[in-house]
Design a protein around this ligand. Sequence first.
Ligand code: G2I
Length: 446
Amino acid sequence: MLRRLIAAAALLAAALTAAPAAAAGGPLRDLAEARGIYLGTAVTGDRLTGGYADVAADQFGSLTPGNEMKWDAVEPTRGSHDWSRADRVVAFAEAHGQRVRGHTLVWHNQLPGWLTGGTWTADQLRTLMTDHVTAEAGRYKGRVDHWDVVNEPLAEDGTLRRSVFGATLGESYIADAFRAARAADPTAKLYLNDYSIEAVGAKSDGMYDLVKRLLAQGVPVDGVGFQAHLILGQVPASLEANLRRFADLGVDVAITELDVRTTLPATAEKLDRQKADYASVVRACLAVTRCAGVTVWGFTDSDSWIPDFFPGQGAATLYDEDLYPKPAYDGIAGALAPVTPPAPGVCSVTYAVTQQWAGGYTAQATLRNTGTAPLDGWTVRWSQPAGQRVTQAWNTALTQSGTEVTASHLPYNATLPPGGSAAFGLNGTWSGTNPPPTSLICTSGT
Ligand code: G2I
């Protein structure tokens, strides 16, 4: 029931959103952060100016270079690196307080011609691969939050893909790539990334078994990326359970390349369905504690790989070709809306930080009697996920236990007529970040 209320509140918040950039209290990146995940996008580095750059910076907390970090881009000639396009995306992210998902160190596509055109012994190929991982992960040491160390290692049936790496080196290339990445950048989270592993099935079973084997060998796998290149109306019902079973192995999970393609033209009905699809993927991530975040594979239909690869299909992203937000934007904003379900018909409560300074803040909460009878006493509860401590409160009797805060009425503001409200305030300390409460509820009674 509570879940349904939350979903209803989220949809309502989305429906009321006229200006998406200010949706539900903030841009997507802030909404996501307040819910404990990041919302990222793939970008095309050459396009990071003007309106495209504004949306990329304002709405997303993480950037993935769509092509700029691939092997063919960074080492077009053997032994001679060109980091300029990758550097540009990383610098842009740093200038806008964004994380970077590095994509990708070892993949069978977009390899340089000198590599695919050469003839290599297994030893030579292994050394070329680990040298490449060492050079690239080393170059961005400390600046990349997640690396897709190995991309798309599996065939459709869940066995090892017979790529140049798989066929020549066998499964051991994966362990070698991860170990080289860990040595080159000890703080980056190292991911295996693949597509068509979103549902429980043969391919995701293969990935599950692979991760288990790698962990058993002490290979530093920190996470599994689920690309999620989805077809309209086909978000797998088992997505959440699938994410959870991987998390239960002791790795993080993330949605890394989300898009939802449809046949063209995209009608209003299809875009509504797409909105629901985007929202349900975000909700699946939110439901799994170890889900680090969701990345969309391009945020505008003018920068999507779909029309080139699937003729007759497209409209797969959140913004149209003119950078106007589509219903899918509201779907994500709604799914990420703050969890503040009012007790229906009894009371509602709002919370806002009114002042913040290094290490400290002041917040104000207002409780309102939304029922038809007088409220005889009230209690407001919330949780402060980032270790904030309340040091002082007024107009309420407040206690804190760990991250949980309870604020109750005092004799003089216990009784509220229908429509009446009571405000109370507090001072607190914070460090790192000061996100809003992750849950905020009021109850009536003494
Ligand atoms: O194919 C979709 C994605 C599947 N998972 C791995 C991702 O890395 C992959 O991304 C796409 C890029 O979004 C495309 O932009 O990978 C494609 C190629 O594997 C990229 O397409 C290529 C075109 O095929 C080239 O003609 C073009 O020169 O992009 C290149 C750079 O614009």
